[in-house]
Structures are given as C-alpha cells and as structure tokens.
Design a protein around this ligand. Structure first.
Ligand SMILES: Nc1ncnc2c1ncn2[C@@H]1O[C@H](COP(=O)(O)OP(=O)(O)OP(=O)(O)O)[C@@H](O)[C@H]1O
Length: 428
C-alpha cells in the first residue's frame, strides 16, 4: 500500500472551473515541479493556463502508513535536505478549495451590546496560514486531524454511539499563549478543505463561555435561547459541517458547580442550566464538532469535559519547535529587507543538529539553535513577538546589518523577556 501525499489547491474565487480537468493539469504540474518537498507552497506554475484559475499549490504532509519501532505512525520529517519526493511512490490526494473573504465577524443578527458569538464561513481568509505557522515538537496537529477525520467518518456511517462512544468534542488545555485557540481555528480550516467532498457548506462559530455566563448577559435567558436557535438553524441547513469553538470552557463547569452547590442567584441558575442543556442538545447533531479550550492545566473533572473524546495538554514549545518559529521570523525579516547584507553562508537548515555542540565556528543554524534552547519556557505567543522586541529594543535602526547582528539582538531580547516575566511573576 502506497503512502499518501496530500496536496491542497487554492482556486481563484472569480473563476468557474471543471474540477476533473483541473485535477489532470495539477497532476501534470506536480510531475514538472522539482523538487517536491512536503510543506512547501508554489505560486508560479509551469503548465499553461493554470495561473488563470488557481492561486497556489501547497504540498502538505505525507501520511506515512509504515509504523516505527514504537508502533507509531511516522510523520514526514525524515526527508533529507534538498531531496525531492518521488511522486510515483505515493498516492497523491488533491483537495480544491476557495477562500471566503468575509472574515470572522460578530454575529449581526443579535444587537451589538449583547452579541456573544462570532461566526464565519470556512475555508476563510482569516484562518489562512495558521496551521502551518503552529509548530509543536509532538505530533499534536497530526493527532487532532486524524481524530477529527475519524469522528466525522464514524458519524457519516451512522455508527451507533451506544455501542461505540464518540462525542466529536475536543478539549485542549494548557498554559496561556500555547496556541490552543489557534489550533482549533486551524483544525476547522483544515477539515473544511479536506472534507470538501463530503459536505457542501462549512461554518465556524466562536462562543466565549465566560461572556456567555456573565451577569449582564444572563439577565436575559431568551438571548441565550435565540443564540442556540440560530446555531440549530445552521446545523439543520443542508449538508453542513459546523465547528463550535468554546474558549475558557472551565467557566461553564465552574458555573455548573456553583449551581449545584446553590451559590448562584436563582435567575443565573436558569440561564446556566439553559446553556448546558442547549449544548447537550447540540451534541446530538452528527454534523457538529466542538472545539473547547481551557487554561486550567491540572486534570479537569466535570460532567461537560468528561465527554471530550480527546483531552490534550498543549505544552509551550521546546527547543526544536522554537527553532522553527524563530527561523521563520528571521527569514521573513530577510525577505522583506529588514535584515540586510545577508551573506551566502547565513542560512538556516530546516532542523539543527542537536549533537553538534562541540563545533567551534558555529553556523547560523547552530547559533539559532543555542538561542532556541535559551528560550525554553517562553510561550508561543511571546516567541511570535520576540523578533519584534529584538528589533525595536536592541537594533533600534530601520534595518539590521547582517544576520549575526540580529542573532545577538535576539539573544538579548530573550534574556530581557525572561527578566520581565520573572518580575511580573514576582508581583503576582
Ligand atoms: N507552538 C506554537 N507555534 C507557533 N505559534 C504559536 C505556538 N503557540 C502559540 N503560538 C502563537 O501565539 C499566539 C497566541 O496563541 P493562542 O491565542 O492560540 O493561544 P491560547 O493557548 O489559546 O492562549 P489563551 O489561553 O491565552 O487564549 C498566536 O499568535 C499563536 O500563533
């Protein structure tokens, strides 16, 4: 059995295309692209006419069906630098999609002051690129994608949930800024691309449970009911798949506990119960996936969260993932011309050699790897802005002169950030 290479093709919105004809042209194009490297995007094309109807071809992951010694599926990082995949050895799976450009917006069917839900059509321009920008040492993204695809497959085959239990409910928990909300959005986007043949319409709905249960909102139980009615309308609309993101899910469970212990005022009890019952009712629809997040890192024990099929602790990035995040940021600064006078040897390998500590004249790759090790403990959110801090505080010129100067500034920025964080933690 051949391994599968997943390829995503972004279509131009304005152009109507014959997908089977286009699939042939893409297969032709793939034969001409040299080298074929997983996780690379092509925006210029050799085959005539392709540029008229598509924006990009993204070579995604290889689904490796062989197992390693630990009986875990391998992911595709083993391709040596500069080597190309041999297409004949793979089953190429092509997905076509268009992007909705209206963005994630407040729901305008409720009045502005009470609006507690945001929604958008998927795949959406706002969620573009998030999947690729998230880097984890563990195969977090692969596990979630496989899990969600399996859940939807079971649902479409009407597997009896009394015999095999699955709730299509994912719970991601971990420290703030570790990318939980981002993965949820990215997963919804990815699934809307990958499952486009199974469903004709995808929608993403974001509910902030903390806001939902706030005193102000709870004054009107009817608003809660009308919000859930709208969600039900979407779920009942044709062949749709709906993603419901509930951030800070712990506020729901705390509310339930407060209701049970009788510490909530009586009108809040009504609303809390209504929310929980409505959420339970929504779960009966086979075309909904709940994506929930929580900053509570210890075991979350409650009636709602116990229904999660997958509870995953999302850790702050470790050195290899940090290396990839910082590498992407530096390459961006080089690309846009904010780091100049870049020398030929100033390039960063895809992955550093973690055993090369003894080399005296260190390459830019190894220097960045050292900085990455010093950065362990910083959240993904901080790492995303650390190159900006380095530029603004330690370069203080419009352009940085050379990669080495930038790496020195980056190292100082990381020390600076850690001292700042330590100060804040002390005050807390
Ligand atoms: N592992 C990571 N790789 C790349 N970027 C990351 C990573 N973790 C976090 N980020 C970035 O940090 C920012 C914050 O992420 P996000 O809001 O999803 O985190 P969160 O865990 O939901 O935080 P919170 O609990 O505070 O809401 C985003 O820009 C995200 O892309």
């Amino acid at each position: 059995m051949k391994n599968t290479l997943h390829v995503e093709v972004l279509l131009k919105t304005e152009k109507a295309v014959d997908i089977s004809e286009l699939e042939e042209s893409i297969n032709l194009e793939l034969k001409k692209i040299k080298p074929i490297i997983p996780e690379s995007t092509h925006t210029t094309f050799i085959t005539d006419g392709l540029a008229d109807c598509i924006k990009s071809i993204q070579i995604c992951e290889v689904e490796n069906l062989q197992e390693d010694d630990n009986h875990e599926r391998m992911i595709n990082y083993e391709l040596p630098e500069g080597k190309s995949l041999d297409l004949d050895a793979y089953t190429v799976q092509i997905y076509f999609y268009k992007l909705d450009d209206s963005g994630l917006v407040d729901d305008d069917t409720t009045d502005e002051s009470t609006c507690k839900m945001r929604r958008c059509i998927l795949p959406n321009v706002d969620f573009c690129g998030i999947w690729d920008s998230l880097v984890y040492q563990e195969p977090v993204k692969e596990i979630l994608l496989n899990y969600a695809q399996t859940g939807m497959n079971f649902a479409r085959h009407n597997v009896n949930t009394n015999i095999i239990s699955y709730n299509r409910l994912i719970l991601l928990h971990g420290l703030p800024g570790t990318g939980k909300t981002s993965i949820c959005k990215a997963l919804a986007q990815k699934l809307s691309i990958r499952l486009s043949k199974q469903y004709s319409f995808f929608e993403f709905i974001e509910i902030n449970s903390h806001n939902l249960l706030s005193k102000y909102f709870s004054e009107s139980g009817s608003l809660v009911m009308s919000m859930f009615q709208q969600i039900k309308n979407v779920l009942e609309y044709g062949d749709s798949l709906v993603f419901i993101l509930i951030d800070e899910v712990e506020s729901l469970t705390r509310a339930r506990d407060a209701v049970l212990s009788g510490t909530e005022p009586s009108d809040s009890i009504r609303v809390v119960n209504a929310v929980l019952t409505q959420l339970d009712n929504l779960r009966k629809y086979p075309n909904v996936i709940f994506l929930t997040t929580s900053n509570v890192t210890e075991a979350i024990d409650s009636a709602f969260t116990d229904r999660a099929d997958i509870k995953m602790l999302i850790n702050p990035p470790q050195e290899m993932a940090i290396y990839t995040i910082l590498k992407a940021a530096i390459e961006e600064l080089i690309k846009v011309g904010l780091i100049i006078n870049v020398e030929k040897n100033d390039k960063f390998d895809r992955l550093p050699n973690s055993n090369a500590e003894e080399i005296e004249d260190k390459s830019t790759t190894q220097k960045l790897y050292e900085i990455s090790k010093e950065s362990v403990g910083l959240s993904g959110r901080v790492l995303k802005k650390i190159t900006f801090i380095a530029h603004s505080i330690f370069i203080r010129k419009p352009q940085c002169d050379g990669v080495h100067q930038f790496l020195c500034a980056l190292q100082k920025a990381i020390k600076y950030q850690k001292t700042q964080d330590a100060g804040i933690n002390k005050v807390k």
